[in-house]
Design a protein around this ligand. Structure first.
Ligand SMILES: [Zn+2]
Length: 116
């Protein structure tokens, strides 16, 4: 696993900006801890997603991407990092929590898409 040859600073700036956007939009406090990025194969991502159709994955402060990710995919996972770090859905039972986190990530992703 390695980062594509665009430099780590590129990712730090991009992710920090995405995290700030999520904080401002949700009115939640800023998240200063950046997630780790791991570039893996699509097969590995499908395994992480329990065979579901997904193109990236987030767990325990790590974003798993394929090398042909796009910014929208990255942004979606950054929203999950924000949710995790702020504990926004921490007290909601797990099934509803999963749905609430996904719904929220899609809403914020749509706003971000219109904004940029
Ligand atoms: Zn998601």
């Amino acid at each position: 696993m390695r980062l594509p040859d665009v430099g780590i600073g590129h990712f730090m700036d991009k992710i920090a900006e995405m995290l700030l956007f999520v904080s401002l939009y949700l009115g939640d406090y800023p998240v200063n801890d950046l997630p780790a990025l791991r570039f893996v194969s699509i097969e590995d991502i499908r395994k992480l997603c329990d065979g579901h159709h997904c193109s990236a994955y987030y767990s325990r402060q790590v974003i798993y991407l394929t090398e042909d990710y796009n910014n929208e995919i990255l942004f979606h996972e950054v929203v999950h990092h924000h949710q995790e770090m702020t504990g926004r859905w921490g007290t909601v039972p797990s099934r509803e929590r999963w749905e609430a986190r996904e719904n929220e990530a899609h809403v914020v992703q749509k706003i971000w898409n219109n904004y940029k």
